[in-house]
Design a protein around this ligand. Structure first.
Ligand SMILES: Nc1ncnc2c1ncn2[C@@H]1O[C@H](COP(=O)(O)OP(=O)(O)OP(=O)(O)O)[C@@H](O)[C@H]1O
Ligand SMILES: [Mg+2]
Length: 302
């Protein structure tokens, strides 16, 4: 029996940090390592992944599936010129951009039946639950940031929101109003200095329900983000991802996670002007090399 594809979310709360460029090129890099890939535009509302491939418009989009206008998800999968790589274009129907959590889980269950090795999700900017939920449901999340402080800080806030969302979903499912109330309280740590870190939170949560708290700690300990610092020029930029890792360890009790950097590269701009991924126009460029490194990191060609 075929196994389900590995679902990889490409996330970056700050706009324009390179999510779509990385999604498109990483998708090509994965196919170069022999994998079959479906890249999916989940920037519902301002979808543009197909444009990077020079495809002016896609015959069907995710909307058509979500609104039952096509019989199956396979109908919205569109071939590209790259062997082994298909696309699912994002839709533009207002309202679909905020699917309830269970519909997202259901959507990913359908997507899990697609015949491919990797399913790459190009997600929208922002910290809406729409994005956060996909980050939690994906098997692996790639967090994209540029080396500047505003982008690094917005990524840290995103990770924090994702942690709180995960705890909220877990406590809600367990039906624990007391833990939900404590979680709400801990969001306002200025007024509750005894709940400043996640470790402080766990100490108090264990007093309420040690079993559910242990379950929560275990589920969060599985979060293993890959932080991609994009548009790195040199020197200090190389270390900027560590800021996030330090904050994650100190305040969120998250100790896993890897940082990889992607170089600033003029080849990306010229490829964009030709409406082609740089992996196709300039496969020996620095950016393309960095994509191949990330594809290997994700286990492609292993
Ligand atoms: N490493 C790089 N070197 C040079 N240019 C880059 C690099 N990465 C991305 N860019 C450029 O940055 C711009 C924004 O990239 P992109 O559209 O992929 O970002 P995004 O995060 O998907 O944006 P949005 O939040 O709007 O969806 C594009 O013009 C792209 O060509
Ligand atoms: Mg984008």
């Amino acid at each position: 029996m075929k196994s389900s594809p590995k679902v990889v979310g490409v996330i970056g709360p700050k706009g324009g940090v390179g999510k779509s460029t990385i999604s498109a090129n990483l998708a090509v890099a994965l196919t170069r390592a022999g994998a079959r890939v479906v890249a999916m535009d989940l920037d519902l509302g301002s979808a543009n992944l197909h444009v990077i491939f020079g495809i002016k418009s896609v015959p069907h989009t995710l909307d058509d599936f979500l609104l039952n206008r096509v019989p199956s998800l396979a109908e919205v999968v569109c071939e590209t010129s790259v062997p082994g790589l298909s696309l699912i274009g994002g839709g533009n129907v207002p309202g679909i951009a905020s699917l309830p959590y269970q519909r997202k889980v259901k959507l990913l269950r359908h997507l899990g039946r697609l015949d491919c090795d990797y399913l790459l999700l190009d997600l929208a900017a922002g910290v809406s639950y729409n994005v956060v939920d996909f980050a939690l449901i994906a098997n692996r999340s790639l967090f994209v940031t540029t080396p500047d402080i505003p982008s690094l800080m917005s990524l840290y806030s995103f990770i924090k929101t994702a942690v709180y969302r995960q705890l909220y979903l877990l406590f809600r499912q367990a039906g624990s109003d007391e833990l939900l109330a404590l979680l709400e309280k801990s969001k306002n740590f200025e007024e509750n200095p005894d709940l400043k870190t996640m470790e402080d939170f766990y100490v108090q949560a264990r007093l309420i329900d040690p079993r559910i708290t242990r379950q929560a700690e275990k589920s969060l300990a599985r979060l293993d983000p890959l932080i991609l610092v994009n548009r790195v020029k040199a020197g200090a930029d190389l270390n900027s991802g560590k800021v996030i890792k330090n904050l994650m360890g100190q305040f969120l009790n998250l100790h896993k996670g890897e940082i990889l950097s992607i170089r600033e590269d003029a080849a990306v701009t010229s490829a964009a002007a030709r409406m082609k991924p740089v992996m196709l126009t300039d496969p020996s460029s620095a950016f393309a090399m960095d994509m191949i490194k990330i594809a290997r990191f994700l286990g492609a060609g292993a």
